[in-house]
Design a protein around this ligand. Structure first.
Ligand code: PRP
Length: 222
């Protein structure tokens, strides 16, 4: 046993600990839990706290960055997580992806400057992205060789500054592309919020985890 960094760590706690991706996915998940009768008042009160026990439920909420949600669930220090498919596709890992919650909808797309022929040149196309693994997998499937350049934010700048021939990025409304004279060439993959579950927890805490999932789902239907 390697302490907390072992997947079985999850089974040494009685609580069901849920890691939520801070921001919109957190807010939507909490509103579903509230609708299902969970007392989330401490979270609503607004603070810099990161771990919250929901009264009389045996459920704990942990607030984390998307990639860290996966890390905590993988290592079993959280039993479940709510995270975007974008992060799951980029980071991967060992966990069950149990439910598509259907919110946080957007997509990965390949985009470039209006009218530009990305595949037309003699050179290997250069693709700027925050998601190099997603980008490489997409072009591997096409049997195409591309060079990827990792950008940390506002990836749309890269083709405008002529650093890259195109980008692979998240498109939600399409406004950012439009306002910068870019357009989608091809959709890469749909994205939405997913429930992920630690491998050991899924067996050892099956009933409690299923309860939380059906509580979340009942709010989605309503
Ligand atoms: C994301 C994404 C696009 C934008 C797309 O960026 O990288 O830039 O949203 O949304 P739209 O299609 O509705 O315009 P985000 O705002 O998360 O920040 P970032 O640029 O720092 O990545």
């Amino acid at each position: 046993m390697q302490g907390a960094a072992h997947p079985e760590a999850a089974t040494r706690r009685d609580t069901v600990r849920i890691a939520l991706t801070k921001g919109r996915l957190e807010k939507k998940t909490l509103s579903l839990l509230k609708a299902a009768g969970y007392d989330i008042s401490e979270l609503e009160a607004g603070s810099r706290k990161l771990i919250f026990a929901l009264p009389d439920t045996g459920v704990e909420i942990v607030l984390a960055k998307a990639a860290d949600v996966i890390t905590y669930v993988e290592h079993g220090v959280c039993d479940m997580g709510v995270v975007g498919k974008d992060t799951i596709m980029e980071k991967g890992g060992s966990f069950y992806e149990m439910v598509d919650l259907g919110f946080g909808k957007c997509r990965f797309a390949l985009a470039t400057k209006k009218g530009k022929d990305v595949y037309g040149g003699y050179k290997t196309p250069v693709i700027a992205t925050k998601y190099p693994a997603v980008t490489k997998a997409f072009f591997n499937k096409k049997n195409m060789d591309v060079e990827t350049i990792k950008i940390e934010g506002s990836v749309e700048l890269a083709p405008l500054l002529e650093l890259a021939d195109a980008i692979v990025d998240i498109v939600e409304t399409g406004t950012t592309l439009k306002e910068n004279g870019l357009e989608v060439i091809e959709d890469v993959a749909p994205i939405s919020a997913r429930v992920i579950v630690n491998l050991a927890s899924a067996k050892m805490k099956k009933a409690a985890i299923q309860q939380v999932i059906s509580d979340l789902e009942s709010g989605l239907e309503g």
